[in-house]
Design a protein around this ligand. Structure first.
Ligand SMILES: [Zn+2]
Length: 176
């Protein structure tokens, strides 16, 4: 996995790029939750669910069908969030699906079951440039931990910052 903190970069960038009119605070909060939720499967490791099991780490909750289901369920909250269902679906889908895609760029662990439950085949993206994060958060406070954070700064936060600034710039040009 990447560190949970870095999974927040995508919804944050999305909210900044699109602006508060399209992504109000409630929707942003839900998007942040959707971006880290897939790692709940790491709890399974403590419950004895093997890593490679369909419900093991990087299994079903990291898949694209799970992201679609999560985003679809989120649309029920659209009126309460002050947004339209299509926007809620799109923002939550990108946030949830980005989790597996970021993990698929790490250089350790098993691959992502992108199409679970239809296929349990696990794979990575061709660019495995992100230093894999240790599963124990305390292990981040080490030389390897700093290497992980540096790698996530470069490959997750920096591109997200560029996208956010691009969106803010384009909205400025459009006068919104
Ligand atoms: Zn993960």
């Amino acid at each position: 996995m990447a560190t949970p903190l870095s999974h927040l970069a995508v919804p944050l960038a999305l909210a900044l790029a699109l602006g508060g009119d399209i992504v109000p605070p409630g929707l942003m909060a839900l998007a942040l939750a959707c971006a880290v939720l897939p790692d709940l499967d790491a709890l399974g490791l403590w419950l004895g669910i093997p890593y490679a099991h369909p419900f093991g780490h990087r299994g079903f909750t990291h898949s694209l069908p799970f992201a679609v289901a999560l985003a679809g369920a989120g649309t029920v909250l659209a009126p309460a969030l002050g947004s339209d269902p299509l926007t809620v679906f799109g923002v939550l889908l990108v946030s949830a699906a980005s989790h597996g895609l970021i993990d698929a760029m790490t250089n350790g662990g098993l691959g992502i079951a992108f199409f679970s439950p239809f296929s349990q085949r696990r794979s990575f993206l061709p660019w495995r440039v992100i230093e894999v994060s240790p599963l124990r958060p305390s292990a981040l406070f080490s030389r390897h931990g700093f290497a992980v954070l540096r790698s996530e700064m470069r490959w997750v936060w920096l591109p997200c910052l560029v996208l956010a600034l691009l969106g803010i710039g384009l909205r400025g040009l459009a006068g919104r």
